[in-house]
Write a protein that binds this ligand. Structure first.
Ligand code: FES
Length: 274
């Protein structure tokens, strides 16, 4: 039974009756479910696989040269710091690496809005009723377990800043290749894909609401801090497209990993540009 009064309905606070929206409101939740499920399944498979994340592996498949690509799923390179990681912890180092971007994305304000709608139908779209009003009465927002964890987003941001720095370090490495045991400068198609990944990840991270607060928050008068004010304005304009950067960076990080996997497994040789 609805808890909305006649006045709520009259003043537009109550959801529309079922069937009142005749547009394709269901397309967005469907795409969200499809993309997030596909990405999660792929990321889990790659993490369990624990292999083919280093472009140098192409040499084992008869290639005469190999690009110095590292899959973003394995950056920071925990496997280099702890060569026995997999043997000691019985899991691939990707699990340790992925926990940071995944917790950042899972607690992202934009992502929450998307998966609350798509998976929990809470509500499924603007102006749509929720499936159960009883459930609505028990709603505690993000003030009770487990959704309380969503408030850790700002800490996930601090961790992802380190991950972003490593993406640029590995982008620099991706401008080189090994040939006859010597490191040479060289740009391949993979370098471009990794550059796209690094740039889109940066756009996503630096358009974050928490980052925006970090830049412009805690001041009584923003105009009294002109540099922060200028940066805050730039971040605010990026913030307007935060959702777009979320999806683009999710796709490019998956594409970069898949590309490195194919090169490392010897599926084809990396087309050289320079
Ligand atoms: Fe989306 Fe911070 S709000 S990443």
């Amino acid at each position: 039974m609805s808890s909305y009064t006649a006045r709520d309905v009259q003043e537009g606070r109550a959801p529309l009756p079922v069937g009142a929206r005749t547009d394709r409101w269901w397309v967005e939740p469907l795409l969200v479910v499809g993309t997030l499920v596909a990405f999660s399944v792929y990321a889990m498979w790659r993490a369990f696989e624990g292999d083919y994340y280093d472009g140098l592996q192409a040499l084992q498949h008869g290639a005469s040269q190999a690009p110095l690509y590292l899959s973003p799923f394995y950056s920071p390179p925990v496997h280099e710091w702890f060569p026995d990681f997999q043997g000691r912890f019985m899991v691939s180092p990707a699990f340790f690496v992925l926990v940071f971007p995944l917790s950042f994305r899972a607690t992202c304000y934009y992502c929450r809005r998307s998966y609350y709608r798509a998976f929990f139908w809470d509500p499924p779209a603007c102006g749509m009723p929720e499936p159960s009003m009883t459930h609505r009465k028990r709603y505690t927002g993000e003030s009770a377990w487990p959704f309380l964890l969503q408030n850790l987003h700002r800490y996930a941001l601090y961790a992802i800043l380190i991950v972003v720095a490593f993406h640029y370090k590995h982008l620099y490495d991706a401008c080189f290749m090994m040939k006859d045991g010597v490191r040479h400068f060289g740009i391949g198609l993979g370098t471009i894909i990794m550059a796209l990944d690094a740039v889109l990840l940066s756009l996503y991270v630096f358009s974050c609401h928490s980052w925006r607060h970090l830049i412009g928050g805690g001041l009584n008068k923003l105009s009294a801090a002109p540099v922060r004010n200028r940066i805050w304005r730039a971040v605010s304009s990026l913030n307007a497209r935060h959702g777009l950067y979320f999806w683009l960076s999710l796709i490019t990080v998956g594409a970069a990993d898949l590309y490195v996997r194919l090169i490392a497994a010897g599926a084809f040789s990396d087309p050289r540009i320079l």
